[in-house]
Design a binder for this molecule. Sequence first.
Ligand SMILES: CCCCCCCCCCCCC/C=C/[C@@H](O)[C@H](COP(=O)(O)O)NC(=O)CCCCCCCCCCCCCCC
Length: 218
Amino acid sequence: MADAVVSENQKFSIKEVFDTFQLCVTENKEVKIDQYVAGWRGLVRFLNSLGTVFYFIAKDAASKIQIMVNYRNGENGAQYATIQSMVKYELENDLVDLTEKASFPESGCRTLLRLHRALHWLELFLERLRTSTEDDKTSVMCSESYNESLALFHPYMIRKASGLAFCTLPRRYTFFEVMNVGTPDQVVAMLGEALPLVSEVYQLTQDLYSKHNILDIP
Ligand SMILES: CCCCCCCCCCCCC/C=C/[C@@H](O)[C@H](COP(=O)(O)O)NC(=O)CCCCCCCCCCCCCCC
């Protein structure tokens, strides 16, 4: 509720976003979609605070978030409580285009897979940020992480536009300030705590998709 009245530009701490990812995982090691989506919302808000050049990225992420929210609010919302229940439901009911785009271009499994791949980028980027030193460039850390993950799935034009956007990233010190966590040492400590949470969510999803052989949904 509070989220709705908070202005998009209001300063918030990136730590809140990572706390949300912590709430994603249930005792049975399932990943809750509401919290997963909430985590992504926070990341998009942070991205928006970095400037309009990231708008095309934020817009794509936001539209995928919205697709997932719509499933949760729809008549079969309960089936979308966790990523595990969603995969089971959609596969059992033939609601996923597995080999080529056809009747279900916006299935939950497909949409979440795009966010999941982006989470891998985040994992790699946060690790680089965490182990970086003062003079390291955020743009380089960002593009190296991108090239090892999301870029493998993106066409040339998107890779090109992304590369241009990365060049506008603020330097490390300023970037840490925008994260609004505290001193650089505190940011590094926070990243050390946050990374295992993001990694766990990523790994649980990866294992699930791999088990069902749905890592290549078109
Ligand atoms: C800090 C700098 C942030 C740089 C973000 C790096 C990710 C670059 C992604 C570029 C996506 C370009 C937009 C379009 C993508 C789509 O074509 C493509 C495929 O979708 P389709 O199969 O439906 O066509 N979409 C995707 O791959 C999903 C992309 C989602 C990107 C979300 C990025 C959120 C970044 C959040 C930054 C938070 C940083 C926090 C650091 C402490």
